[in-house]
Ligand binder design. Structure first.
Ligand SMILES: [Ca+2]
Length: 417
């Protein structure tokens, strides 16, 4: 150890009071630097301490306590209270059958909007309490009906191959929230019924960028091409002649949802792919072809056939398209409504074949040896005017023969009329 001497020592060391720092303790330490206040509370720095100024609805030294606004029991008539930030939400109870439900912020207002409502065709009336506390209602339409009062038929049908072309309007977003919703990607929904296995339901887009929905061998197949190709297939057959609802959405991935017989709640298949949102420019998807495509797009499709069958409740980006907007002079084969004859109810194949419903007519798949459009031919024995060479073998129903057929005797094998 060296000898210490005040004669040669120089300088000084400050031992600072709590809350100060630095060479000469001139720095007031910022206790707010670690952002100690929760829930957006603002921090005030003091000497060796801090104070949190809490937003409404929060308390505690660090604003860590969320005040429970439900403690004052604001919800009436048996409603459930849910605490929120400086707020609460009342979940009103379901109304008894025949009773008007409770509504309003505290479930203390009888909702009278459905008295003398004008919802048509069995639509469900839902009462609304307006901001000015006036009463009104909305109608939830049953399938096949649309417009505000559910008095407009949404059902249409294709009876010959063709297509309807529509230029979708450019949506001008009035609010930022709407703009954010619109960038959520593409949304298409419709209900359809048919018995045919392979055809296109719709094609939306251009040569390079498109979203398509097809029936391929009875299964639904949705395809998106936008930068790269995504495909999903709903494997269960849906060409059973019953109504099926199919929803196709494309945002983070491609999702196909089918509702119908065998899947009442909706069954989903999805292809996550990668995030394709960046490629989804709305302007690429303004052309909509329903029930078929122009010839130049046919190479994009697996089915290659125009739609034959019925459609209804067609919604494009959540907006309902009514058939009267689609039916025009040039759209031949498109009809309002859905009239369907059950072609196979009569035995048109004369018990000699299986009847196949082709929606606008029926085909017979004949059992051998019958043939003809109604399997009406082939009912009789074959007459052979030649030499029988030998009987090869026999089983219960068939006799297998080896025949000598001569080229110079074309009439040697005759089927009687
Ligand atoms: Ca709260």
């Amino acid at each position: 150890m060296t000898n210490f001497s005040y004669d040669i020592a120089a300088g000084f060391i400050c031992h600072c009071l709590p809350g100060f720092a630095g060479y000469n303790c001139s720095v007031n330490v910022d206790e707010c630097e670690s952002a100690p206040c929760h829930h957006g509370g603002s921090c005030q720095d003091h000497v060796n301490s801090f104070q949190c100024l809490c937003p409404e609805g929060f308390t505690g030294v660090l604003c860590e306590v969320d005040i429970n606004e439900c403690d004052s029991n604001p919800c009436q008539n048996g409603a459930m209270c849910e605490d929120a930030a400086n707020s609460y939400r009342c979940h009103c109870p379901m109304s008894e059958p025949g009773q008007e439900p409770w509504g309003g912020r505290d479930c203390d207002v009888k909702l009278l909007g459905c008295r003398q409502h004008q919802c048509q065709h069995g639509a469900t009336c839902v009462p609304i309490l307006n901001i000015d506390r006036g009463h009104s209602y909305i109608c939830i339409c049953p399938p096949g009906w649309g417009a505000e009062r559910c008095n407009t038929l949404t059902t249409f049908s294709f009876n010959i191959e063709g297509y309807v072309h529509m230029q979708l309007p450019v949506v001008k977003n009035s609010t930022k929230q709407e703009a954010a919703d619109k960038t959520q990607g593409l949304h298409m929904q419709l209900r359809f019924r048919s018995t045919l296995p392979s055809m296109v339901l719709y094609y939306r887009g251009t040569m390079e960028h498109f979203l398509s929905l097809e029936l391929v061998d009875g299964s639904l197949q949705a395809t998106v091409n936008s930068g790269s190709l995504l495909k999903v297939v709903y494997p269960s057959p849906v060409n059973d002649g019953e109504w099926h609802q199919v929803t196709v959405t494309m945002d983070e991935g491609l999702v196909l949802t089918v509702k119908g017989p065998g899947c009442k709640e909706g069954c989903q298949v999805r292809n996550e792919g990668h995030n394709h949102l960046i490629f989804l420019q709305p302007s690429f998807f303004q052309q909509l072809y329903i029930g078929g495509v122009p010839l130049e797009y046919a190479s994009h499709l697996s089915s290659g056939k125009g739609y034959i069958g019925c459609m209804e409740d067609l919604k494009v980006d959540h907006k309902l398209l009514l058939p009267q907007d689609l039916i025009r002079e040039e759209n031949k084969g498109l009809e309002l409504g859905c009239s369907k004859k059950n072609w196979c109810s009569e035995d048109i194949c004369l018990e000699h074949g299986q009847c196949v419903d082709m929606w606008v007519h029926a085909n017979c798949v004949c059992y051998r040896p019958y043939y003809g459009s109604h399997c009406e031919k082939g009912n009789g024995s074959y007459i052979y005017k030649g030499l029988l060479s030998k009987i090869l073998f026999m089983d219960c129903w068939m006799i297998y023969l080896a025949l000598n057929l001569k080229k110079d005797n074309p009439d040697s094998f005759v089927v009687p009329k």
